[in-house]
Design a protein around this ligand. Structure first.
Ligand code: NDP
Length: 604
């Protein structure tokens, strides 16, 4: 089935009824503790962070010097390193806490998880590596293999430090370089540092009473325990679960990937749900090599990236190359706006068109649940009652179907969440569900302070800590540079394009920008690159002129997209992007770096 063949709801939506229902469901879920409902994984819970994938190889501590050190071996580090190598900077050292390249996007995903973003735009450097993804949505092992391919192609392995966590980063004023210390005893220096440590790499656990008392087995989805479950990341049946009662807590994007595999393998599977995800058609399919050979002409991936962003983030592309649920929603909104006479295309009318398309889309998604899930009560509980972009939209072709299996049980908590965990299992509404294993699909730290998410702080010029500089919220230019922290670059979406659908597009653009700046410094003999205070302040002022989110965060069900439904404080208000949108940002940053002026930066 394709996106356009979806089940159509039979009657036009009653908008007032829907608005009331959305509000009612949101109110059920609002909690005064917001982000504090989650607990940091440390102390008695620290074992949830153990890396079960690769054995730690002993090595001598590093005390040398490199031109560029990058913290994080996921896509951010790989694409930045690749662009630096292309620019002739060969001594790039990636520091990664896992045992290989891959970061959050790959090795940490559950069994045969696939991304909900098409491989053609999600997997970076496809053109450079000459790789054709096997499917529209590649699964995790293919993405991991691609990370390794990038590592090999750009010769990044020899210099990389795996199973290594940075503990401190100190700017040495006299020598214009950074001193990097790690948990493996390293103390080496780098002229430049890049950071790709987030936003979704530190797992979090729900602060459910009794969480530490469970006597069975348990793990977080980011540390999938194949020794316990059997199977492997390529999707082999998790045969060791055949006699097990397994509970999974959480029904976000990660759980949507895992549940079908668990349902296939477990004796009994209990899915503990607080808020249902919206799960639309994915329509995965193999990529035809003949088709790929035709479209893969020079510059193809950049064209696809820009086309997706234009279709998804408010642009006006004629064609839709990716054709997925993300672009579908935006194209529907645009079609409605175009129907309006020109003089009626006012912001309120456009927002109304957005809301109408959203209602229409969500009604389809809810109708799809009824069409797939046989038990009407289960179907009713799997329906999402909020606007589609309030939470990460999910796309899957076998998640809802999993609830038709006799051994799969939805335990809906009606917005309240799991009540407590005991030695034997999970309690909801006073009933205990005895379990052999609990899997936490409870997500990653997003709204917490940088030091907590990164695991280290930076001490910049005059020893100033980044955590102090950002005490009232993130302050950067382009999301990359921070005044007082020379030669340090952040590779992430916030305060740049802020394109939350296809994160790798943000990363590949930042990587290009950084490689051009570092090349410029080398050509001109500059030892330091730093954003001026005025330029940083000016950028923040510009960001704050933006329209904010198209859906007010107060109108959404709580989640990490809207600060768990709490009124955004001064810090959360700075978690925004370029006011004119992602596509405009990418055009702007291309012109900014190509001019060779690097306006707002000082090269010394
Ligand atoms: P999320 O933060 O999206 O989901 C956490 C889940 O845990 C939610 O369903 C939440 O419920 C639930 N939860 C929390 N506390 C409790 C409780 N006390 N009782 C019951 N349930 C509870 O994390 P994910 O790991 O699912 O996804 C994180 C992000 O990773 C995604 O948003 C996406 O950006 C990325 N990702 C993308 C994928 C893709 O592209 N396919 C795949 C996987 C991840 P509630 O909703 O009520 O808060």
């Amino acid at each position: 089935m394709t996106i356009t063949d979806q089940i159509q709801p039979t009657t036009p939506p009653d908008k007032e009824r829907l608005r009331r229902k959305y509000l009612e469901e949101r109110n059920k879920r609002l909690r005064p503790d917001g982000n504090d409902q989650y607990v940091q994984i440390k102390g008695r819970l620290a074992h949830y962070l153990d890396d079960p994938y690769t054995p730690v190889t002993p090595r001598a501590p590093k005390t040398d010097h490199v031109t560029f050190a990058f913290i994080g071996g996921g896509f951010a580090g790989l694409v930045t390193a690749a662009r630096l190598v292309e620019a002739g900077i060969r001594d790039v050292r990636i520091i990664e806490k896992g045992g290989d390249f891959g970061g959050t996007g790959t090795g940490t995903c559950a069994t045969r998880a696939r991304k909900c973003i098409a491989s053609m735009i999600y997997m970076p450097l496809l053109e450079e590596t000459g790789h054709m993804p096997s499917e529209k949505y590649a699964h995790a092992p293919e993405i991991l293999a691609h990370c390794q391919r990038i590592g090999r192609k750009y010769d990044l392995y020899d210099n990389a430090l795996f199973h290594t966590e940075v503990v401190s980063l100190d700017w040495d004023e006299a020598k214009s370089h950074w001193l990097i210390r790690t948990n493996r005893g390293d103390a080496f220096t780098a002229q430049f540092v890049g950071m790709g440590t987030g936003p979704l790499h530190v797992p979090k656990l729900p602060g459910i009473p009794g969480i530490e008392t469970f006597k069975g087995h348990s793990f977080h989805t980011s540390r999938w325990d194949y020794d316990y479950t059997g199977g492997d990341p390529s999707g082999a049946l998790m045969e060791k679960l055949a006699d097990k009662r397994v509970g999974i807590i959480g029904t976000g994007a990660t759980a949507v990937q895992c549940v079908p595999h668990l349902a296939r393998a477990c004796k009994e599977l209990y899915v503990f749900q607080r808020t249902p995800s919206s799960v639309d058609v994915r329509a995965n399919a193999p990529i035809d090599p003949h088709w790929f050979a035709e479209i893969a002409t020079p510059g193809w991936q950049q064209r696809w990236l820009e086309n997706f962003t234009a279709n998804q983030a408010g642009g006006t592309a004629e064609v839709d190359l990716v054709q997925d649920g993300w672009t579908d929603l935006n194209r529907r909104i645009r079609a409605r706006i175009i129907q309006l006479p020109r003089e009626q295309r006012t912001p309120p009318n456009m927002l109304a068109a957005f809301e109408d398309s959203d209602f229409e889309k969500m009604e389809e998604i809810r109708a799809r649940v009824d069409a797939i899930v046989r038990d009407p009560e289960t179907a009713a509980r799997l329906k999402a009652w909020y606007r589609q972009l309030c939470k990460r939209p999910c796309f899957h072709d076998s998640y809802l179907q999993a609830f038709n299996k006799p051994g799969t049980h939805l335990v809906d908590t009606d917005g309240k969440g799991v009540e407590k965990i005991t030695e034997r299992g999970v309690v909801v509404a006073g009933r205990e569900y005895p379990l052999d294993c609990i899997i936490y699909a409870s997500g990653f730290e997003v709204g917490t302070e940088y030091k907590r998410r990164a695991g280290f702080d930076l001490a910049g010029r005059d020893g100033k800590k980044l955590s102090d500089h950002w005490a009232q919220g993130m302050r950067t230019k382009h999301g990359i540079h921070v005044h007082g922290f020379p030669n340090a670059f952040f590779v992430q979406p916030t305060q740049g394009a802020n394109l939350i659908s296809n994160i790798p597009h943000n990363l590949t653009e930042a990587a290009r920008t950084i490689a051009m700046m570092v090349s410029h410094a080398r050509k001109t003999g500059a030892k330091e690159i730093e954003v001026t205070k005025e330029a940083e302040d000016g950028w923040i002022a510009l960001l704050l002129t933006g329209p904010g989110r198209m859906i007010g965060s107060q109108d959404c069900t709580p989640g990490y997209y809207n600060n768990e439904g709490q009124e955004p404080g001064p810090a959360a208000k700075l978690n925004v992007g370029y006011p004119a949108g992602a596509l405009a940002y990418f055009k702007y940053i291309d012109a900014w770096r190509s001019s060779g002026q690097f306006e707002g930066l000082e090269f010394r």
